[in-house]
Design a protein around this ligand. Sequence first.
Ligand code: SAM
Length: 352
Amino acid sequence: MTEIFMPTAEVLRSRNEAAEREFHERASQAARSRFGKKVFVRAVVEISNYCRQNCHYCGMRRSNRGLSRFRAHHEQLAELLIHHRPASVTDVNIQAGEDPVAVREVALPLIRALSRETNLGISVCLGSLSPALYAELKQAGASLNILKFEIADPSRYAEMEAPGKLEQRLENIRHLAATGWYVSSGFIAGLPGETDQDLLANFALARELPLGGCSVSPFIPGEETPLATAEGGDMTLTLNCMAALRLIRPDWVIPSVSALNLAEPGSGYRRGLRTGANLVTINLTPSEIRGDYLLYKRDRFIMTEERILTAIAAEGLTPSIQSLSDFYRSKKVNGSHAAPAKRRAKAALQIS
Ligand code: SAM
């Protein structure tokens, strides 16, 4: 029987370059034997920076009164995604602060238009919502829900005022999986005061949730947050966590997150791809609103199609033709396997 990999704190916090290289290489091999050289390319559009939550680490927290708030126009985003998206994009992720108004007024009409007019796989990352609103999003055509558990330890979760209550967040993840969504989750590595036990709890939790993918982001001290002067989570810790996730679940979709570029400008993304990541993101948020989508810093390193394709090619990889949502549909994930016949036929024709 194959033993299930579980990392130790020593491995995750290792600073031994040779051991690290070997560990990352193992993770990369695990990804390649499952996914070959293919990397999924998803666009993200950030539709609102209103947020009813107050996460200490995030610049869009409701207590940040200095931030000017926006909601995007769904017509503008639909025009962009239907007629002007980069050719390599197979999926789109619609992301926002936790803002049910934007879900109704922007996300839902946008998803309906994209489902009607394109073959794009549709992901959403919109936070903790009611079962009815999740059902509407799915009915409109979204199939993948990204809901990060953020911090696995309940007392640390409460201390950081992470969204709502951890128990409810986990309940939402289980509810989504049980109602036919493909679910991806994730956590932040290197938050101030994080103990070895806190760090390890993230892996134990990720492993027991019904997920098709998982991410890890380095903590970036966010401008205009209570943690602005704290020390950031570092690149090595984040990459070690990514490698561990890959070895725990070789079949997961694991993104190279944009925060890697802030932790190590220019090369962070490529190092993520070298450590077993198989999903990259092109940011298509219109430039006039992008600046106020303040997760970490106003000075963002925006991943354009050119940067993404260069990073993929430089690592000897290729963009997947199959969309992420067709990939999930073709597999049994979250314990369910429901695909409308039309979509299934389309997926079968696409050879990635
Ligand atoms: N509001 C939605 C939700 O709660 O799922 C959407 C996601 S939220 C706008 C964006 C994500 O950015 C969070 O899930 C969090 O993991 C990450 N994030 C925010 N601030 C961060 C920071 N300072 N360092 C690292 N990750 C951060």
